[in-house]
Design a protein around this ligand. Structure first.
Ligand code: ADP
Ligand code: MG
Length: 236
């Protein structure tokens, strides 16, 4: 009997075969789902930026990532594409609960990330939400229980983890800390540590910043496992 190989299996195989040094140029050359590829195409993203071509293949392979590249270099897609793909390959559904948590230092940045996620993820069926305050805890709480991907600020997220009994994070697969340098500069280390305490230890963690500071490596030590260091330096 002929064996039918579905897209998910093909992706798992292609990712295992992927050479992380192969400097992939276009999103169409990455082993990603047709659903994400279509979202990227519809958003007019064709060529990967430097940080994306270094980080995305490693992230697709499930590595923890510590990425540094200056503002404007395209760090958002460097983590959003792997987030979508990780959950897609696992056939994540609403019933599986929260699969990915993205922490941002400010509400404004969280909203920006959420908008990019909605653009490139438009053909996926995942539910995604923002947890940045600005509405009642109760209102946020009711919606959060149904979310697969959340973009949050540290203080508000911790408030929910401490106070929302029914909020389940036991299935979480991925944690992203965006602008980790600013998270530290703004004094969120304790909140982030407390959030991480609530999360399962078996997960993929990605940490991105505009700079490689000592404070970021403190945060990295706490939340990353044997990370791949990825950075882009400006040409001299
Ligand atoms: P960073 O987080 O590193 O500051 P962003 O992810 O916000 O950078 O991206 C900066 C800008 O570059 C955004 O306007 C974004 O739409 C654009 N961008 C990101 N990746 C690509 C890409 N692969 N191709 C074209 N434009 C991109
Ligand atoms: Mg950014």
């Amino acid at each position: 009997r002929k064996r039918v190989v579905d897209e998910h299996e093909q992706l798992v195989h292609a990712i295992a075969e992927l050479d992380v040094k192969a400097e992939i140029k276009d999103f169409s050359d990455l082993p990603i789902s047709a659903t994400t590829a279509k979202g990227l195409d519809a958003s007019h993203f064709k060529t990967l930026t430097d940080i994306q071509s270094k980080a995305v293949p490693l992230a697709l392979k499930g590595k923890d990532i510590l990425g540094a590249a200056k503002t404007g270099s395209g760090k958002t897609l460097a983590f959003l594409v792997p987030v979508l793909e990780n959950l897609y390959r696992q056939k994540w559904t609403e019933l599986d609960g929260l699969g990915a948590l993205i922490i941002s230092p400010t509400r404004e940045l969280a909203i920006q990330i959420f908008e990019v996620l909605r653009k490139i993820g438009r053909y996926h069926t995942f539910s995604a939400g923002l947890v940045i305050g600005g509405r009642s805890l109760q209102e946020e709480r009711e919606r959060m229980g149904r979310m697969n991907i959340l973009v949050c600020t540290p203080g508000r997220m911790l408030q929910h983890l401490d106070q929302t009994a029914a909020f389940e994070v036991d299935n979480l697969q991925m944690l992203v800390l965006d602008e980790a340098d600013r998270i530290m500069d703004m004094g969120f280390q304790t909140s982030v540590d407390a959030i991480v305490e609530h999360l399962p230890k078996e997960r993929q963690t990605m940490l991105f910043s505009a700079t490689q500071t000592k404070k970021v490596s403190d945060l990295a030590r706490l939340s990353l496992k044997d990370p791949e260091y990825v950075s882009v330096h400006e040409a001299a």
